[in-house]
Design a protein. Structure first.
Length: 136
């Protein structure tokens, strides 16, 4: 078996996330596409049927209540399924798919930037895709 060398480790230093036709949001402190393995059923014949994994787009962010901020975007687009594009670094192909927007928490402890996290449901399986330009 041949050794496959590490050629380009992921560095989230210059990562970007686009939701829908908006520009990229800067308020994010982390973004993770998380798979959850699908379940399986064993038939009486012994054959196993496996469901595909489900995915979530997990975000941590500083709350931005401005009209163009991420918190307000989620509030205004609650329940909508929108395209997303996650670029993990400047050189890698982005990961694209569809995600359902949920509202984000508002508020927090006194004396600090209000932060919160959310886990947004991804429709189907994300794919490697070309960079797109937001409509506008």
């Amino acid at each position: 078996m041949a050794l496959v060398p590490l050629t380009r480790p992921t560095n989230m230093k210059n990562a970007t996330l686009r939701l829908g036709a908006t520009d990229t949001f800067e308020a994010l402190t982390s973004v993770t596409l998380t798979p959850t393995p699908g379940g399986s059923v064993t038939l009486i014949s012994g054959r196993v049927i496996k469901d595909p994994a489900s995915w979530t787009l997990d975000i941590n962010h500083i709350q931005d209540l401005a009209a163009t901020g991420l918190t307000r975007y989620a509030y205004d687009h609650e329940g909508e399924e929108v395209d997303f594009e996650l670029s993990c670094d400047d050189e890698a192909d982005p990961i694209v798919g569809k995600v359902t927007i949920d509202p984000l928490a508002i508020g927090g402890a006194a004396g600090a930037n209000a932060q919160s996290s959310a886990s947004l449901a991804v429709t189907g399986k994300p794919a490697w895709g070309p960079v797109t330009t937001p409509a506008g």
